[in-house]
Ligand binder design. Structure first.
Ligand SMILES: NC(=O)c1ccc[n+]([C@@H]2O[C@H](COP(=O)([O-])OP(=O)(O)OC[C@H]3O[C@@H](n4cnc5c(N)ncnc54)[C@H](OP(=O)(O)O)[C@@H]3O)[C@@H](O)[C@H]2O)c1
Length: 283
């Protein structure tokens, strides 16, 4: 697919992604692929917005007729606060990553947890197959844990800062907490492992985790997607465990927003994955 811009009509729908910074985001590439593939009269643009201007900028987009936008760091909590209404997933996650502007109102949702589970299912993994161990207790962890719990899956969390995991357990009843140092030993009790920390991302230390106590049926998922094959996923494959890369979550979380803004259900397929992955491999 080439980089040619579509010619827009005066009634084109416009959405985008806001963050600070936002230049690293692959969402314009991802949504741009769908817009071009589906020949939609619409555009999806990067919206770099400083934190102190966030609320003003969002009200401005609403007034300017934008259909909505995705929200990335550091605005996911601020986005929650500017919404006229939020759905149950955003409320449970405590953060918003998708805004829809309609009839002068802003509604927010959080599609990260949906995207994560949709990608597991696309890999033939049943999220409800057994208890999940989630590493990390930040924004992405909250969304993943809430999605697991909504599916009836028992979840254990291990976080470097124990107090943050305990606080999360206070908000999400039923969430079990183990010490960060106990993460390897606790693998034996779980069917799924999910890394939601930045460990393993390019420029960060790798996640240190001894997989020798892991059951042979353990599914190992990493939500980091730069690089696609993190040291954790490579170690899991070396032990013969199923490994699920983080890019699929990014692709699937984008579907509900695109559908709401442009009125068409886009497909997540191998051609899309290759198109977005090619940009991750670029120097
Ligand atoms: N695939 C996707 O679609 C997708 C979507 C969202 C996010 N992500 C990725 O998920 C990662 C986390 O994002 P987030 O928004 O949840 O970040 P966040 O809110 O800042 O949370 C980061 C978490 O990682 C832990 N952590 C950070 N550095 C650590 C270290 N050196 N050792 C151990 N734990 C460490 C933090 O622990 P403390 O509490 O101890 O600080 C915290 O629990 C990022 O890499 C992001 O790119 C991917």
């Amino acid at each position: 697919m080439n980089r040619a811009m579509s010619i827009l009509s005066g009634s084109a729908r416009v959405a985008g992604i806001t963050g600070w910074p936002v230049a690293h985001s692959r969402s314009p590439r991802l949504h741009g692929y769908w817009l071009q593939r589906l020949a939609i009269d619409g555009a999806y643009v990067p919206l770099p917005v400083r934190p102190e201007h966030f609320a003003t900028a969002m009200r401005g987009l609403l007034a300017a007729g934008f259909a909505g936008c995705n929200v990335t760091a550091p605005h996911k909590l601020a986005a929650f606060d500017i919404c006229d209404s939020v759905d149950v997933t955003a409320r449970r996650a405590g953060a918003v990553n998708t805004l829809v502007f309609r009839d002068g109102r802003i509604s927010g949702s959080n599609t990260d947890g949906y995207g994560f589970l949709a990608d597991l299912r696309a890999h033939g993994v049943d999220p409800a197959a057994g208890p999940a161990l989630v590493l990390g207790a930040g924004g992405a962890a909250r969304a993943v844990i809430a999605a697991f719990q909504d599916t009836g899956v028992a979840v254990t969390v291990a976080n470097r800062t124990r107090a943050r995991a305990d606080a999360l357990a206070g908000e999400l009843p039923g969430l079990r907490v183990v010490d960060w140092q106990a993460r390897a030993a606790s693998l034996a009790d779980h069917a799924l492992l999910v890394n939601t920390t930045p460990l393993g991302m390019a420029g960060h230390d790798p996640l240190e985790l001894d997989l020798s106590a892991a059951p042979s049926s353990l599914v190992v998922a990493d939500i980091v997607y730069v690089p696609l094959e993190t040291p954790l996923l490579a170690a899991a494959r070396m032990r013969g465990l199923r490994a699920v890369e983080g890019l699929g979550m990014l692709l699937h979380q984008a579907v509900p927003g695109f559908r709401a803004w442009f009125g068409v259900e886009p497909q997540v397929d191998e051609a899309l994955r290759r198109f977005v992955a090619a940009d991750l491999l670029a120097p």
